[in-house]
Design a protein around this ligand. Structure first.
Ligand code: ADP
Ligand code: MG
Length: 918
């Protein structure tokens, strides 16, 4: 901690204070750092910050040891125009602990000098890196392309920060001073470094929850039936590797262990506290944990936001105490967590079962279901690495846990049982990245909610289609299952077997009926059961019965015993004619079951496998222990349909991993500043509900993003309409502007293809007469011919912005032939979206029709994704139609609506503002 006494507070925000640039992040040691633009009232804190600097830091920063700043220096550091000069401060617990700044170079305002300083006590926490990302992102947004930093040659720490941030460095040294040149561009390596930095700090902050050195159970009880009793017993019984302290002021001893009246009375350190006290006591107990220096909390107690308003207030307070103390908290209203790593043996949940150790991590939002999940997994022999019941997800979120599991060496497969996702924008990015390394399997969480209340646009009503959710999961590589049973079937396959490299499957069996069932099941899942080559068939013939079928499925008939199974399995696992093998076994009697099951298992073990192997054992007695156990290392299913389903999910996931991800396009010709100005102006009067922008603002923003629109003017009178129509030349289009008409043409508010004063005057009367509340008329150039497409965006509370593409016009909702993707779109996403829409083949000149400019459509999709990225205030967009001309002639947006609401950004960190929260 710093010795600083001056708290850094904003007493007044300057008029142009860019509040949307405030951000919270998790520190490696837990706790949060708030990063925000500097304000003049930071001057006192900045002075103290400089006074507290070590000589070395001061020397590195100022090239001499500076003990304090002069008044004019202080004001030049804190009173900035937020454009040519900019600085961000990092605040921990109200104390200023870091500053990052740039000053544009007068002779070349696309370049800026930069300097970063982090207080000595907080170095190594990742604050410098966060400041670099923030300052660079800001600079990029205002058009600064290049940074220049002067660093003393031995300032290795800062050099490392720049390099770790993924920026390519150009260095030149002169008399011990390095000049470092850094392009501010958000390259893939910067994005990657940003993700990495977030992963490292989040995972580190969660370590005290999974690897505590010592535990307190607050509310440990002598009553073995109570939750506090069960939890305490579980921890003791599982043989936790460190000390466990029962805390209970009403009892002297629990399970022969003396209790403490308060966590503060415990003599040693406490890393992790479980809290199982009635809800009115939780805040007090948590405050004591904060005072004690506890690092992690698991709040089992219920009675918070799930019970209503008063509970929600208490939950907010709970979060505040937790954050201010730099603790991380699971829950409240949860059933706990466990970590089967024998180095720790932590059974911190109150259910009856500690599952076997394994490589599957699990997250459950429902507590009760969590118990059932552990039970079920144990029975199926699925080994667990860590399990977390997240409860209300007040602090530790699903995203945080994904980031922890991303690099957890004990975890290979991640299971999610979620009732709600909560993180706009971040989930898909994190899931996509992790999915490339480890499969994430999620139980279907219902339909997307975006469409339900947003039917005021084409895009809004399209988003309520259930297919949207499927598209979202597919794009992020998340394996979606409909039931818990499927969840476990897929998990048992992926946790034990290599991914299939293709769709070719071989079935071996000892009976014809099951073989037919298996082949039907595989084919209905879109998998292939190819005939084997003559050579392979001949080889099989050489040792199988004459009555056996060897083409695939391989039916070894009832006579087949352990030897036949073993030899055939080994042969097929070595063959390159297939990608996966299913061994089906139906015992004719009890005789030889154990031997055959053992032979199947040994065959798999003895093969140098890179193929996916599954077994199906069909008998009401259940799968024998030789096949069903965590040691078997391959899954055994009771029915072929389940095996086929699991295999198909594995194949699709494998295909997703092999697919090129593509890149998010960066456009040089976008006028971000212009668009930002228009938006800031418009949004000043908009409340939290949001509003549709005026046509002028819409056009200005689209043009700033390089989308072309026909010549357009807003007019208030017939005369103006006639004069503008004459200016652009015939023919023109007239459209009424009216808040009540969502779809103008539905009510007769659009007249197309008009020429001459007379027609213009008539059309003017018609369109203004069509609605009760005309606010003006749009006169627009008529764009003849071409195809019509729709591109839209709607922000889903679960998944963040969804971008939709379809062939446009008024029938788009009716037909529903559209493609959804989660923002941001890569170039590959854009191409795929068009391919996914069947009617989009019309753009290729289907059946002699006129072809369209597909390249320009791809470009438009990517530009819209860029717009969505830069302008988080935009939460719904409907560009319908966009006119697509002949190849090479581009596209033109003839009707566009954009809905905006103020960006969230507040001084008190709210959970949703945290980049790592979900
Ligand atoms: P709304 O969607 O509110 O009914 P639009 O502005 O989309 O109103 O107009 C309805 C239809 O008129 C469009 O789908 C398109 O077919 C046609 N249209 C609109 N503006 C133009 C234009 N400038 N050039 C050619 N056709 C247009
Ligand atoms: Mg329209």
């Amino acid at each position: 901690m710093t010795t600083t006494k001056v708290l850094s507070t904003i007493t007044e925000r300057p008029a142009n204070y860019p509040h949307e640039w405030e951000q919270d992040a998790v520190l490696r040691a837990g706790g949060t750092v708030h990063i925000r633009p500097i304000v003049p009232s930071d001057a006192d804190a900045l002075q103290v910050f400089v006074q507290d600097m070590s000589s070395e830091s001061s020397y590195f920063r100022f090239f001499r040891v500076k003990r304090e700043l002069q008044p004019e220096e202080l004001s030049s550091y804190t009173e900035l125009d937020y454009k040519l000069d900019m600085a961000f401060v990092a605040i921990v617990d109200g104390h200023l602990v870091g500053v990052g700044r740039y000053n544009a170079i007068e002779s070349d305002p696309t370049s800026a000098e930069i300097a970063f300083t982090v207080s000595d006590a907080f170095q190594g926490e990742g604050i410098g890196t966060l400041l670099v990302f923030r300052v660079a992102a800001y600079a990029r947004a205002v058009g600064i392309e290049q940074f220049r930093a002067y660093l003393l040659a031995d300032n290795h720490a800062m050099m490392r920060v720049f390099r770790n941030a993924g920026f390519p460095l150009k260095r030149a040294i002169d008399e011990g001073v390095y000049t470092v040149e850094i392009p501010t561009e958000e390259s893939d390596s910067v994005l990657e470094a940003e993700g990495k930095a977030e992963q490292i700090s989040t995972a580190a902050s969660l370590l005290p929850l999974f690897y505590p050195h010592s535990i307190a159970v607050i509310g440990a009880s002598r009553n073995r039936a109570s939750i506090g009793g069960r939890l305490f017993n579980n921890i003791i019984n599982a043989d936790f590797q460190g000390p466990v302290y029962p805390v209970n002021p009403k009892t002297a001893v629990v399970r022969s262990i003396p209790t403490f009246a308060s966590v503060k009375d415990i003599p040693g350190n406490v890393d992790l506290a479980f809290i199982v006290v009635p809800s009115p006591f939780v805040l007090g107990v948590v405050q004591e944990c904060a005072d004690k220096g506890v690092k992690g909390l698991v709040v089992i107690s219920a009675g918070f936001s799930e019970v209503g308003e008063a509970g929600a207030d208490a939950e907010h307070e709970l979060l505040k105490i937790t954050r201010e103390a730099g603790m991380r908290m699971v829950g409240p209203n949860c059933m706990g967590l466990l970590n089967t790593d024998p180095a720790i043996n932590l059974d911190g949940q109150f259910g009856p079962i500690m599952p076997p150790r394994g490589n599957v991590a699990m997250l459950s939002q429902s507590g009760a279901l969590g118990l059932a999940i552990i039970d079920y997994a144990t029975e199926l022999g699925i080994g667990i690495s860590t399990f977390v019941s997240v409860g209300n997800k007040t602090d530790v979120s699903s995203n945080d846990l994904l980031l922890y599991w991303e690099e957890d060496p004990n975890t290979d497969v991640i299971l999610l049982y979620l009732e709600s996702f909560g993180s706009p924008r971040r989930f898909s990015r994190i899931a996509r990245r992790i999915g490339m390394k480890k499969p994430i399997i999620a139980v279907k969480s219902g339909r997307t909610a975006a469409g339900a209340k947003a039917a005021s646009s084409h895009t809004g009503s399209l988003a309520s289609l259930d297919t949207a959710v499927d598209a979202l999961f597919e794009q992020a590589g998340v394996i979606r299952v409909d039931t818990l049973e499927e969840l476990f079937n897929v998990a048992s396959l992926l946790s034990s077997q290599p991914l299939p490299e293709g769709r070719r499957v071989c079935v071996i069996t000892n009976a014809g009926g099951p073989a037919i069932l298996a082949v039907d099941a595989l084919e209905s899942q879109g998998l292939e059961v190819p005939a084997l080559s003559d050579a392979l068939q001949a080889e099989l013939r050489s040792f199988l019965s004459d009555d056996a079928a060897v083409a695939n499925p391989i039916d070894m008939i009832a006579a087949a015993g352990p030897a036949e199974y073993k030899r055939t399995i080994k042969m097929m696992l070595a063959s390159d004619e297939i990608d996966a093998l299913i061994a089906v076994y139906i015992p004719a009697s009890d005789l030889g079951v154990a031997e055959t099951a053992t032979a199947i298992r040994e065959a798999a073990e003895e093969s140098d496998q890179n193929k996916t192997f599954l077994s199906v054992y069909m008998n009401s007695a259940g799968v024998p222990s030789e096949l069903a156990s965590t040691e078997a290392k391959f899954p055994a299913f009771p029915f072929p349909e389940r095996a086929a389903m699991a295999l198909r999910k594995a194949v699709e996931y494998s295909e997703w991993r092999q697919k090129p991800v593509g890149t998010v396009q960066h456009f040089d010709d976008i006028d971000r500043e212009g668009a930002r100005r228009v938006l800031d102006n418009a949004i000043a009067t908009v409340g939290p509900e949001g509003e549709w922008l005026d046509p002028d603002a819409v056009d200005a923003i689209l043009v700033a993003y390089g989308l072309s629109i026909p010549k357009t003017a807003v007019v208030d009178s017939v005369d103006e309409a006639m004069s503008f129509a004459a200016d652009i030349g015939a023919p023109v289009v007239l459209k009424v502007i009216s808040p009540s008409a969502v779809h103008k043409s539905d009510v007769g508010g659009v007249v197309l293809d008009i020429s001459g004063d007379e027609e213009v005057a008539a059309a003017y009367e018609r369109v203004t007469g069509a609605v009760p509340d005309p606010e003006g008329v749009l006169v627009q150039e008529f764009v003849s011919g071409g195809h019509e497409i729709l591109i839209g965006m709607v922000e889903d509370p679960n998944f963040g912005p969804l971008i939709v593409f379809g062939l446009g016009g008024v029938f788009v909702e009716l037909i529903g032939d559209v493609a959804f993707r989660i923002h941001p779109l890569t170039d590959v996403d854009a191409v795929e979206m068009i391919a996914d829409v069947k009617s989009a083949r019309l753009l290729e000149g289907y059946r002699g029709g006129e072809p369209g400019d597909v390249e320009a459509v791809i470009d438009a999709l990517l530009r819209i994704s860029a717009l969505v990225e830069d302008l988080p205030e935009v939460f719904e967009m409907d560009l319908n139609p966009i006119k697509v001309g002949k190849p090479g002639s581009g596209v033109r947006v003839v009707d566009a609506r954009i809905r905006v609401r103020p960006a969230r950004g507040s001084w008190i960190p709210s959970r949703t503002d945290l980049p790592s929260s979900m």
